[in-house]
Ligand binder design. Structure first.
Ligand code: ATP
Ligand code: MG
Ligand code: FE
Length: 336
């Protein structure tokens, strides 16, 4: 089964051809990062326009790289939510046009289901059930993957997402956008024990997260230093902040593992490429004798291969979208 995956929910225009849900024949990504850098974050209107400019070219490249034509495909999978409405609409309209022109089944895919499914690409042995921590620019979810396409959310962030916290703290210490990879790099030169930042817990909800208090604590620390004319060691701030985030993510994940007894644990989303998070999770899972999975960095941040993979399992389950498929900016995981 050959699926063309299309992704345009934020600032990456991407297309990919995936064979039988596990083999990526091509994975083309056109990133708008350089464009949005100027503004310190993604500007929705600019993102939509750029998607329109790039999408045909990206799809053509994905088909060429995979050495297939539209006539070889079995279905089209496209992200229809969550994300920026104008950005999503570009991919959805394109997918509907191809589906109509070539009489191909259309499968709408949830972006976060895509992030989770990225783990299937490089791990042929990974099959549900397992638990997955989704840490991305807009989401922090602790999820039970009960079966392909069947999810139960154990916990979520009450305020900022993990990636959002990375981006905001990076901006505060002058690292620019996107901040996650820059903090990851700078933290390697800093002391994670230099500053003690709070690890927020949510009362009566052990699997929920809260990162806005941590972000404020970093901002207060930076302001305090300026007022007292104390030097700021950015690498120490980055390392200490990163440790506070990673500690909480690992701790809550391990509580879930203890309570529910999973034997497989995966991470997904842009922050899943964070080196400190990977090391800490690897170590924590090893201690509990649990198999730990994570995608390569290229499959952690937004891509269309993950949409092709998730689309394949939805396709097998009989999920079909009509030509009335619309973008749903706040689509919930597990809902259609
Ligand atoms: P969502 O998937 O929730 O809709 P998104 O698609 O914008 O949001 P992703 O593309 O999954 O998010 O991930 C981008 C986020 O990952 C950004 O916040 C970025 O800073 C963060 N990120 C990327 N690499 C790293 C890293 N090495 N360390 C920490 N954070 C990282
Ligand atoms: Mg992005
Ligand atoms: Fe994403």
């Amino acid at each position: 089964v050959l699926i063309l995956g299309i992704e345009s929910s934020c600032d990456e225009t991407a297309a990919s051809v995936v064979k039988n849900g596990r083999t990526v024949l091509s994975n083309v990504i056109s990133s708008q990062i350089e464009l949005h850098k100027l503004y310190g974050g993604v500007v929705p209107e600019i993102a939509s326009r750029k998607h329109i400019e790039k999408i045909n070219q990206v799809i053509t490249e994905a088909l060429e790289e995979a050495n297939v034509t539209l006539d070889d495909l079995d279905a089209i999978a496209v992200t229809y939510g969550p994300g920026l409405v104008g950005a999503l609409l570009v991919g959805v309209a394109e997918a509907k046009a191809i589906s109509y022109a070539k009489n191909l089944p259309l499968v709408g895919v949830h972006h976060i289901e895509g992030h989770i499914s990225a783990n299937y690409i490089e791990h042929p042995d990974l099959e549900p059930p397992f638990a997955c921590l989704v840490v991305s620019g807009g989401h922090t979810h602790l999820v039970v993957v009960k079966d392909y396409g069947k999810y139960e959310i154990l916990g979520r962030t009450r305020d900022d997402a993990a990636g959002e916290a990375f981006d905001k703290v990076a901006r505060a210490i002058g690292l620019g956008y996107p901040g996650g990879p820059k903090i990851d790099k700078l933290a390697k030169e800093g002391n994670p024990l230099a500053i003690s930042f709070p690890k927020a817990k949510v009362a009566d909800a052990p699997y929920d997260f809260s990162f806005s208090g941590l972000k404020s604590a970093v901002l207060n620390y930076l302001n305090g230093c300026k007022m007292k004319n104390q030097p700021i060691v950015e690498a120490d701030v980055a390392a200490s902040f990163q440790k506070a985030v990673v500690d909480v993510l690992v701790e809550h994940s391990m509580w879930a593992i203890d309570e529910y007894g999973f034997d497989k644990f995966a991470i997904a989303g842009g922050v899943a490429s964070n080196s400190a998070l990977r090391m800490a999770m690897e170590e924590a899972c090893r201690k509990k004798d649990i198999k730990f999975y994570h995608p390569s960095p290229i499959f952690c941040t937004d891509n269309a291969a993950m949409i092709g993979v998730a689309g394949y399992y939805e396709y097998l389950a009989g999920t079909r979208s009509g030509l009335d498929l619309n973008a749903v900016p706040n689509l919930k995981l597990g809902e259609r």
